[in-house]
Design a protein around this ligand. Structure first.
Ligand SMILES: NC(=O)C1=CN([C@@H]2O[C@H](COP(=O)(O)OP(=O)(O)OC[C@H]3O[C@@H](n4cnc5c(N)ncnc54)[C@H](OP(=O)(O)O)[C@@H]3O)[C@@H](O)[C@H]2O)C=CC1
Ligand SMILES: CC(=O)C(=O)O
Ligand SMILES: [Mg+2]
Length: 414
């Protein structure tokens, strides 16, 4: 067993199995405490909530609680390994919600028979939470699941692999293109993968200025083009009227490669086909489409990012989901809309252009970080992300009319 594998397994197993626990927030020591916490005191907030359901936000933890819900059908890039195997990832997301945004979070792994079964299960428990983060649910089912749950739930429902990934990819790509001297409206983009992350990333990049006709999307069968008859309706939106068929055909002269597919899907030699100063985001987890050392060995003019913590430029939805939920829950937004997503893109990308605090350098274990090819996007442990991204998102929720309470005071003062 490798040292790293052993360390990862020990981290999860010892001293207590798993990565999250529950803490109580009120005294519960004396008879008086218990009389308030439970019977008879608990009856008072029950009556208040029965009278006005919004009181649930006043008397319970609902407003600060996010459920991370999955069916385990697309666990990272590891595939459909079932709900139980997904639990470490879902506990990991809950850990990140707490660590980065002080949101309480609980993982829920659903055993389901049909998409309808899954939707009903989530819809029936949704009111317990302030928000729902859907995670690692494979496409195309994830699109219908999210759409239906947004319709049926009274709280924000957000499929992180779609929109969290898209927001961080857009923030990183806009910065990388700026450094490479390229204009998003003119670049050719090759997107490897045509699932949850891929479709959402490309749709958001189009909202940020990319041209649909300059995007070549690939699935396991090659380039998605108009003569293919095996496409679902989501892939069809990216069917290109082109003679290109292979990854190499698509990469010829391309400016950008976005990988949200699987491990080692990009052969290093193929990088030579790309235009000068390309941008390569190999975001598959845990193993990227190409290892950075192989990419850098192939050419020196590229900007490289992965989804991992152990290389420069981590393009990973951890830079988004804690903060977008913080902002959304703080103004009790009914949904997370495009305005809030775009606000998050710009708030994240702006931070990378500013001087980096010493505590971030220390946590990243580097002497220097400066906006450039090796630093296109902030580090997840950057303390500026929470106030800045959450505020931008909350502002956008208020401005777009989906906030149900006014901006909290602490945002107004910052
Ligand atoms: N860095 C980040 O923040 C994130 C990274 N990801 C990564 O993106 C990947 C996909 O996740 P997600 O979209 O949720 O999963 P989905 O199951 O929804 O989609 C996977 C897609 O990848 C395609 N694919 C898989 N292997 C290959 C290959 N070798 N060549 C071309 N296409 C391939 C599939 O093709 P087909 O349709 O033919 O089956 C499918 O379209 C995972 O590796 C995941 O770790 C996801 C979210 C966030
Ligand atoms: C990061 C993430 O959500 C994924 O790889 O699925
Ligand atoms: Mg995921």
């Amino acid at each position: 067993m490798s040292d790293f594998r052993k360390a990862a397994l020990d981290y999860h197993a010892k001293p207590t199995p798993g990565k999250i626990g529950i803490q109580i927030t009120k005294p519960a020591e004396t008879v008086k405490d218990l009389a308030l916490a439970y019977s008879p005191g608990v009856a008072e907030p029950v009556r208040e909530i029965a009278e006005d359901i919004d009181n649930v936000y006043k008397y319970t933890g609902k407003g600060n609680l996010v459920a991370v819900i999955t069916n385990g059908t697309a666990i990272l890039g590891l595939g459909n390994l079932g709900p139980m195997a997904s639990k470490p990832v879902m506990e990991g997301k809950a850990l990140l919600f707490k660590r980065f945004a002080n949101l309480d979070s609980i993982d829920i792994e659903v055993t389901h028979r049909t998409t309808e079964d899954f939707i009903n299960t989530v819809a029936n428990i949704a009111d317990t939470f302030g928000g729902i983060n859907l995670e690692d649910i494979k496409s195309p089912e994830c699109f219908e699941i999210e759409k239906e749950l947004i319709k049926r739930c009274n709280i924000p429902v957000f499929h992180d692999d779609q929109h969290g990934t898209a927001i961080v990819t857009a923030a990183g790509l806009l910065n990388a293109l700026e450094i490479q001297g390229k204009d998003i409206r003119k670049v050719t983009i090759v997107c490897m993968g045509a699932g949850a992350a891929a479709i959402a990333c490309m749709e958001l990049l189009i909202k940020c200025g990319a041209k649909r006709e300059y995007i070549y999307m690939l699935d396991t069968k090659g380039v998605i083009h108009t003569r293919r008859e095996d496409l679902n309706k989501y892939k069809t939106l990216f069917a290109n009227n082109t003679d290109k068929r292979t990854l190499e055909d698509a990469l010829d002269g391309a400016d950008v490669f976005i990988g949200v597919s699987g491990p080692d899907a990009l052969p290093p030699k193929a990088l030579k086909l790309m235009a000068a100063n390309p941008v390569i985001f190999a975001c598959s987890n845990p193993d990227p489409e190409i290892k950075p050392e192989l990419a850098h060995a192939e050419r020196t003019d590229l900007i490289m990012a992965t989804g991992r913590s152990d290389y420069p430029n981590q393009v990973n939805n951890v830079l988004c989901f804690p903060f977008i939920f913080r902002g959304a829950l703080d103004v009790r937004a009914s949904v997370i809309n495009d305005e809030m997503k775009i606000a998050a893109v710009h708030a994240i990308r702006a931070i990378a252009k500013e001087p980096v605090p010493a505590e971030v350098l220390q946590a990243a274990q580097v002497a220097k970080l400066e906006f450039g090819a090796e630093y296109i996007i902030p580090k997840p442990m950057d303390p500026r992300l929470l106030p800045r991204v959450a505020k931008a998102v909350a502002d956008a929720a208020v401005a777009s009319g989906v906030a149900r309470i006014p901006m909290p005071k602490h945002y107004m003062e910052s």
